[in-house]
Ligand binder design. Structure first.
Ligand code: FMN
Length: 212
């Protein structure tokens, strides 16, 4: 399988990028493919009014790398892992812009939108965060947003890795060792038990099977 990791901090060697790279290493070590994309390399603009900037052939006229990242990395991947610093108790503007720009290709005014929607369904989704503050709900807003995106796209939110640090690279000194957790998260990303039941979901009633 293939995962796309989107690293969205402007600090390429910063805390969330360190965690994201550890996740990528884990994904690859478990035998899966991993495309590592830095949001700043592909995004130069926010979503605009599609009525104003959509070309006659339906394509988006914003000339940056978003379309390539969306069609060549995101859509063909079975896993999507987003990494962000916590900014103002939310995600980075780069990451938000990546989600927003998807709209251009799922809007009815894009001729192949139904094929895009079909390829957005049923992925495994992961979240990688770094922050200065450690209180438990510092990440609550982002976690909720990613859960809603997962629900909306009928995807499975596998989980979150969160490291604490402020200065560049400081996350490596977090005594809980989130870098090692990030590696394990990547290694187990496609195999980890991950559930979000509906009332009629067939299930055994046990999480881990019968005791030995
Ligand atoms: C604009 C901005 C807003 C921030 N807001 C928060 C915040 O709300 N809560 C927090 O714990 N840390 C906040 N921080 C600190 C970063 O989350 C922290 O330094 C993080 O590790 C940076 O990750 P990076 O190295 O991947 O960029 C903020 C930093 C910046 C630059």
């Amino acid at each position: 399988m293939k995962a796309m990791i989107l690293s969205s901090s402007p600090r390429r060697t910063g805390n969330s990028a360190i965690l994201a790279r550890a996740v990528a290493e884990g994904v690859r070590d478990s035998g899966h493919e991993c495309d590592f994309v830095v949001a700043d390399d592909v995004l130069t603009d926010f979503l605009k009014d599609c009525r104003v900037c959509r070309r006659a052939d339906g394509s988006c006229s914003i000339e940056d790398g978003f379309a390539a990242a969306f069609f060549e990395n995101y859509l063909p991947s079975q896993g999507f892992i987003v990494a962000s610093p916590i900014y103002w108790y939310g995600m980075s503007a780069q990451l938000k812009a990546f989600f927003d720009r998807m709209f251009c290709y799922i809007a009815a005014s894009y001729p192949q939108s139904s094929s895009v929607v079909a390829r957005m369904l049923s992925k495994r989704i992961g979240l990688v965060l770094s922050s200065e503050e450690t209180f438990p709900t510092v990440s609550a807003g982002i976690v909720q947003q990613i859960q809603e995106f997962s629900r909306y796209t009928r995807s499975t939110f596998v989980g979150t890795v969160h490291g604490y640090g402020n200065s560049r690279g400081e996350v490596a000194r977090d005594p809980r060792d989130p870098v090692a957790s990030a590696y394990r998260f990547g290694r187990d990303f496609f195999s980890a038990h991950a559930t979000d039941y509906q009332i009629d979901t067939p299930r055994s009633g046990r999480v881990w099977g019968p005791a030995a």
